[in-house]
Design a protein around this ligand. Structure first.
Ligand SMILES: [Ca+2]
Length: 211
């Protein structure tokens, strides 16, 4: 019974739209079928915009694929990367032709408070926004000089992220790598019909077990 209950709950969590939206700080928090762009297949010097599958990476300044440099962070900032921004007004944009539910990427050299990463829907409403700070564990700052990188992103309940913006502050130099995204499969009505009564049964049994 326990195994079956766990299986039912797992099925529900995978398919039902009541998961909590959150900021993530590790690639392991993304779905296992996440699509990852490492930029290793591009020639160094290839200019933005870059389109891959449903994503287009662009900037409001000239940016391009860069040769491996700075401290390597496996699976976060590794090999070739894209940049660079020298700070305020030199932004990174990622647009999705099909909105996604999960997004993450590596960012090189976040040193200052006030850098903003945000997710927007198709109507440019801000869905999520997080600001770097030495006291924010979701978007922490680190040492200068290219010895520090982080991973950050968002996991949401539904496929509503149409655009990601990284808006650097002041003169905080940075680059990006490991652009990752995932579109949640929309459950069939029959799957939901199975899922909700099963969850109700589980909760009822748990209540009974407590009495
Ligand atoms: Ca790379």
């Amino acid at each position: 019974m326990l195994v079956r209950t766990i299986a039912v709950i797992s099925l529900c969590l995978a398919n039902c739209p009541f998961l909590k939206a959150d900021v993530i700080t590790s690639p392991s928090q993304l779905h296992q079928d996440t699509i990852i762009q490492t930029f290793e297949s591009y020639s160094v010097g290839t200019s933005l915009p870059l389109s891959f599958r449903i994503a287009t990476l662009s900037s409001n300044i000239n940016m391009s694929v860069q040769a491996p440099a700075y401290s390597q962070w496996s699976g976060i900032f590794e090999g070739k990367w894209v940049g660079a921004s020298s700070g305020a007004g030199q932004n990174f944009f990622i647009d999705f032709s099909t909105p996604v539910s999960q997004f993450g990427m590596g960012i090189l050299d976040v040193n200052l408070n006030g850098n903003v990463l945000r997710a927007l829907d198709v109507n440019n409403n801000v869905l999520e926004s997080v600001t770097s700070s030495s006291t924010n564990p979701d978007f922490p700052t680190g040492s200068t000089g290219g010895g520090y990188s982080l991973f950050i992103g968002f996991v949401r309940n539904s496929n509503d992220i149409a655009r990601i913006e990284l808006l650097p502050t002041a003169n905080d130099y940075m680059g990006i790598d490991t652009v990752s995204y995932y579109v949640t499969a929309v459950p069939e009505p029959s799957s939901l019909a199975l899922c909700l009564p099963a969850l109700g049964l589980f909760l009822a049994k748990r209540r009974r077990a407590r009495h």
